[in-house]
Design a binder for this molecule. Structure first.
Ligand code: 26Q
Length: 829
C-alpha cells in the first residue's frame, strides 16, 4: 500500500516504513518478517526511487511546458558511485529514512554500505561528469546527461602477492534499482555498408545503405537536485540485437547462426575501455562511440522536432557539450542528419552545427585521440565523406586567412596524412565548437601556448577556462557527516550546501578554542573509521595503525606523471633516516601512516610495477619491529568512489605530486581540501588556483614550476650523461640503489622501473631526481606543522574555508552563463 498524499508519496517515517515493507514483500519478494541488510537496502532503494520518479516526471512535464533551451551533456563516462545516501540527502529525507529503518531493526549506515558502486568510468573525467550532473540538477538547469550503460564497469583490482590482477566488474548482477528501463525508447543504430548517389527532386543526393543494424535501448537514471524538486535525467544506452536480423535468418534459413550473430550486437555496450590512451584505433571502441552518438542524437532531434518545426531554431534550443573528444563523431552525425535526412543545404547545416557544439578537453598532451581512416571507411563510410568535406571547407577558409603555408595547413588539418591516415578528433572538435574549454587556468594557458597554439592563433575567442569543481553534497555532506554538522553549527546555517562560498564564514572562528576542539574531534572519528577499514582489509599482515600518526594519503590512478614513485622513494628515505636515528631523535619523529591507492591500466606495465614496489616496501617496513608505529605503509586495493568517501575524510595530509605541466586540473585535491586535509603538492593544474585561495602558507608546495620543467629536462639531457651519476643527489641515489640491488626483493622485476629515472635509459622524464630534495623539504615542513596541532588545525580550517571556489556549482554556473547560454528552469513545488 503506497502512502499517498495529494497524489504525492509521503515522507514521514511511518509512511516510508510502510513503503519499505511493501517493497520487501512485492519487489524483493521476501517475507516482511524476515529480511537481511541487503534486502533492506533493495527495499529502501525502491522506496526512494519511487519518490525520484515523481519528481523526475514533474520536472520533465515542466520542461516540456516551458520549452527552455536544453543542455545535452555527452560523455562516454560517468563515475556515479553509490546512489542511496546521495539521493536521500538531496531529497531531504535522510532522518526520516534512518528512523524508518531503525524501527525495523536496521541501521541506515549499514544498509547503505550494501550498495555497490556504479563505476562506468575511469577516473577524473568520469567523476567530474557525475559531480557536474549533481550541480546541474541542484541549480535547476534543464539538462540531460547521455552515456553508455556498460555491463562491465571499470575492472575491479585485486592484489595477489603485491601484484595487481583485474577482475570484471559485472555490476548489474544484483539488479540496479536506480535505473528505469525504457523498452519503448529505442533507436536503430547502423553500421558498415556503402554510400550511393541518387537523384532526388532533380538534385543529386548521397544515401548511406548500411550493412548492420543494432538497437539502442534507453535506461534512465534520475539525478535529484538538492533543495529543489528538480530531478534531471542521465540516459544511458544499452545495445540490443535488432529485429532486422530475424528477417535475414528467415531468408537464409540459418537460424542458429543468426541467433549467434544477434548476440554480437550486445557486445557493443558490454565493457568500458580502461583509460589506456594507446587503445586508440580499436574497432569496438569506435563502434561504442558511434552507437552512443547516434542513439543520443536521434533522441535529441526527436525531442526538438516534437516542439519545433524549423531547424534555424536549433541553436536557440539545443546546446551539445562534448566531454573530451570521445563523443566528437557527433559533429559528423548532426551534419549527416541535417543534410541527408532533413535535406538542409550543406552551408546552412554547417552554420547551425557551429552554433550548437561546445567542447572541453581534459588532457595536457598534444597527441590526442585519432581514428584511422581505414576503420571509418568500413564502419561509417558516409561519415568519412562528411569529415573530408568539413576538412576541405576548413582548409579552403584557412588558405584565405594564412595563405599556402603547407606545413601549418598540415598541422591544423582534421585529417592527418602519413603512414596511417587518420582523423584528429581534437582538431575536429575545435573547428566545429563555438567554445573550447580548459579545466584549470594553467591548463588553458597550456592549450593556448602549446597543445593548440595554432588554433588559438586562429580562434582566440573560442578558448575559455572553466576550472573544475566537485560537489560538496557528495564530498562533504554524504561522505563526512561529522564535518557537515560541525560546519552547519558554526555557520548557523545549512545554506553552504547550495552555496559553497559561504564556507569562507568559517574564518570567523579561526581562533575559537571550542571550534578547534570539535574540528579535531571530527577528524579523529574519521581517522578511526579509516583505521578500522585498513585493519579489516589487511588482515593478512595484521596491521594496526596508530591514530596519533599522521595519515598521509595518495589516492588516484597510477601513472608515471602522477609520480607515486616519488612518494615511495620518499618513504624509503624516511625509513633509512629512522634506521639511522638514536632513541632520543626517534622520540621527536612524527609517526606516519602512508596510504597509497589506485588502479593501473591493465596494459600499463610500469604502473603495475609501481604497485608491486609499494607492496614490497610495505612488507619490509611494516615487519621491521625496530620501526614500530613510526612508519607504516598501506596499499588500499580497489580504490573507487565509495572507498574515496571513506579515505578522504580520514586523511591528514594528501599528496598531489604530478610534474608541473602534466595534470590538466586534478579534482582529488579539491575533495581533500573540502575535508580539511592539508595538501602537499606541486604547482600543477588546479593546485595553482587553490594556492590563490588559501595562500602558499597553508599547504606544502614543492618542485619545479611549469616554466622550469622544460629547462630542467634539457639540462638533464645535456649535462648528465650516464657516466656522471655523481650529479644525482645522494639520498636519491641511495634509495634508487636499494630498489635496484634488490633490498626489497624482485630485483629483476624492478629493473625497468628503476630505469625510467636513470640516465641513458628513461632519462627521468618526470624529473624525480631534481624534485626529490624539494619534496623532502616539503615533507619535513609537514612534519613540523603537525607537531604544532594548533597551527595544523588553523591550516585545516582555512583549507575548508577556501574551498568554496572549487564547488562544481561554480563551474556549472559559469558554463551555463558563458558557454551553453541556458537559464535555470525551476519546477514549482
Ligand atoms: C581514450 C581512448 C580509448 C579508450 C579510452 C580513452 C580515454 C578514457 C578516459 C582517455 C582518457 C580518459 C580520461 C581522462 C581523464 O580522466 N582526465 C582527467 O580529467 C580530469 C577532469 O577534468 C582532470 O582533473 C585530470 O587532470 C585529467 O587527467
Amino acid at each position: 500500500m503506497y502512502s499517498l498524499m495529494d497524489g504525492f508519496l509521503k515522507n514521514d517515517p511511518i509512511s516510508l516504513q510502510k513503503d519499505i515493507l511493501h517493497h520487501v514483500e512485492y519487489t524483493v519478494a521476501r517475507s516482511r518478517f524476515s529480511f537481511d541488510d541487503f534486502e533492506a537496502y533493495q527495499a529502501l532503494a525502491h522506496t526512494v526511487r519511487d519518490r525520484l520518479i515523481e519528481r523526475w516526471h514533474d520536472t520533465h512535464i515542466y520542461f516540456k511546458r516551458t520549452k527552455p533551451k536544453r543542455l545535452y551533456f555527452l560523455s562516454l563516462e560517468f563515475l556515479m558511485g553509490r546512489s542511496l545516501s546521495n539521493s536521500v540527502i538531496n531529497l531531504g529525507i535522510e532522518d526520516q529514512c534512518a528512523e524508518a529503518l531503525n524501527q525495523l531493526g536496521f541501521e541506515f549506515e549499514v544498509v547503505a554500505e550494501q550498495e555497490g558502486d556504479a563505476a562506468l568510468g575511469n577516473g577524473g573525467l568520469a567523476r567530474l561528469s557525475a559531480c557536474q550532473m549533481d550541480s546541474l540538477a541542484t541549480l535547476d538547469y534543464p539538462a540531460w546527461g547521455y552515456g553508455l550503460r556498460y555491463e562491465y564497469g571499470l575492472f575491479r583490482q585485486i592484489i595477489v602477492d603485491g601484484f595487481q590482477h583485474e577482475k570484471p566488474d559485472y555490476w548489474l548482477n544484483f539488479g540496479n534499482p536506480w535505473e528505469i528501463e525504457r523498452i519503448h525508447v529505442t533507436y536503430e543504430v547502423k553500421f558498415y555498408g556503402t554510400v550511393e548517389e541518387v537523384e532526388m527532386n532533380g538534385e543529386k543526393q548521397k544515401v548511406w545503405i548500411p550493412g548492420e543494424t543494432v538497437e539502442a535501448v534507453a535506461y534512465d537514471n534520475p539525478i535529484p537536485g538538492y533543495g529543489t524538486r528538480n530531478t534531471i535525467n542521465l540516459r544511458l544506452w544499452a545495445a540490443k540485437p535488432s529485429s532486422k536480423f530475424d528477417l535475414e535468418a528467415y531468408n537464409t534459413g540459418d537460424y542458429i547462426n543468426s541467433v549467434v550473430n544477434r548476440q554480437k550486437a550486445e557486445t557493443i555496450s558490454n565493457v568500458l575501455y580502461p583509460d589506456d590512451r594507446s587503445h586508440q584505433g580499436k574497432e569496438l571502441r569506435l563502434k561504442q562511440q558511434y552507437f552512443f552518438v547516434s542513439a543520443s542524437l536521434q533522441d535529441i532531434m526527436r525531442r526538438f522536432k516534437e516542439e519545433h518545426t524549423n531547424f534555424d531554431e536549433l541553436p536557440e534550443k539545443v546546446a551539445l557539450h562534448l566531454n573530451d573528444t570521445h563523443p566528437s563523431l557527433s559533429i559528423a552525425e548532426v551534419m549527416r542528419m541535417l543534410v541527408d535526412e532533413e535535406h538542409l543545404g550543406w552551408h546552412k547545416a554547417w552554420d547551425i552545427v557551429c552554433k550548437i557544439f561546445s567542447f572541453t578537453t581534459h588532457t595536457m598532451v598534444t597527441d590526442g585521440e585519432k581514428i584511422p581512416v581505414d576503420l571509418l571507411e568500413s564502419l561509417l563510410p558516409r561519415h568519412l565523406e562528411i569529415l573530408y568535406e568539413i576538412n576541405f571547407n576548413f582548409l579552403e577558409e584557412l588558405k584565405k586567412r594564412i595563405g599556402l603555408d603547407y606545413s601549418r595547413l598540415a598541422l591544423l588539418s582534421i585529417v592527418e596524412e602519413g603512414a596511417m591516415k587518420s582523423i584528429r578528433m581534437a582538431n575536429l572538435a575545435i573547428v566545429c565548437s563555438h567554445t573550447v574549454n580548459g579545466v584549470s587556468k594553467l591548463h588553458l594557458e597550456r592549450l593556448k601556448t602549446k597543445t593548440f597554439k595554432d588554433f588559438y592563433g586562429l580562434y582566440p575567442e573560442k578558448f575559455q577556462c572553466k576550472t573544475n569543481g566537485v560537489t560538496q553534497r557528495r564530498w562533504i555532506v554524504v561522505s563526512n557527516p561529522g564535518l557537515r554538522d560541525l560546519i552547519s553549527k558554526w555557520l548557523g546555517t545549512e545554506a553552504w550546501i547550495r552555496d559553497a562560498d559561504l564556507l569562507s564564514g568559517l574564518r570567523d572562528h579561526l581562533d575559537n578554542a571550542d571550534f578547534h576542539l570539535e574540528w579535531k574531534m571530527v577528524k579523529k572519528v574519521n581517522k578511526m573509521r579509516l583505521a578500522e577499514y585498513i585493519e579489516a582489509f589487511l588482515t593478512l599482515s595484521l596491521l594496526q595503525v596508530s591514530l596519533d600518526a599522521m595519515f598521509d594519503v595518495q589516492v588516484k590512478r597510477i601513472h608515471e606523471y602522477k609520480r607515486q614513485l616519488l612518494n615511495i622513494f620518499g618513504i624509503i628515505h624516511r625509513y633509512n633516516c629512522l634506521k639511522n636515528m638514536d632513541k632520543d631523535s626517534r622520540r621527536k619523529v612524527v609517526p606516519r601512516v602512508c596510504i597509497i591507492g589506485g588502479k593501473a591500466a591493465p596494459g600499463y606495465e610500469i604502473a603495475k610495477k609501481i604497485i608491486k614496489l609499494c607492496h614490497a616496501v610495505a612488507e619490509k617496513i611494516n615487519n621491521d619491529t625496530d620501526i614500530g608505529d613510526l612508519l607504516k605503509v598501506v596499499f588500499i586495493p580497489d580504490y573507487n568512489v565509495s572507498v574515496a568517501e571513506l579515505v578522504i575524510p580520514g586523511a591528514d595530509l594528501s599528496q598531489h605530486l604530478s610534474t608541473a605541466g602534466n595534470e590538466a586540473s586534478g579534482t582529488g585535491n579539491m575533495k581533500f581540501l573540502m575535508n580539511g586535509c592539508l595538501l602537499l603538492a606541486t604547482a600543477d593544474g588546479s593546485t595553482v588556483e587553490i594556492i590563490e585561495e588559501i595562500g602558499e602558507d597553508n599547504l606544502f608546495l614543492f618542485g619545479a614550476k611549469v616554466h622550469e620543467v622544460e629547462k630542467r629536462r634539457q639540462k638533464r639531457l645535456s649535462n648528465l650523461a650516464p657516466l656522471q651519476p655523481a650529479k644525482v643527489p645522494l639520498h636519491f641515489a641511495r634509495v634508487l640503489r636499494m630498489v635496484r640491488d634488490g633490498y626489497f626483493g624482485h630485483k629483476d622485476y624492478f629493473k625497468s622501473l628503476c630505469e625510467t629515472v636513470e640516465f641513458g635509459f628513461g632519462n627521468d622524464y618526470y624529473l624525480l631526481t631534481s624534485d626529490f630534495g624539494s619534496y623532502l623539504e616539503a615533507q619535513a615542513a609537514a612534519d613540523k606543522a603537525f607537531v604544532n596541532q594548533d597551527k595544523w588545525t588553523r591550516m585545516s580550517i582555512l583549507s575548508v574555508a577556501g574551498s568554496g571556489r572549487f564547488s562544481s556549482d561554480r563551474t556549472i554556473q559559469d558554463y551555463a552563463e558563458s558557454t551553453w547560454k541556458i537559464n535555470p528552469c525551476r519546477c514549482p513545488l
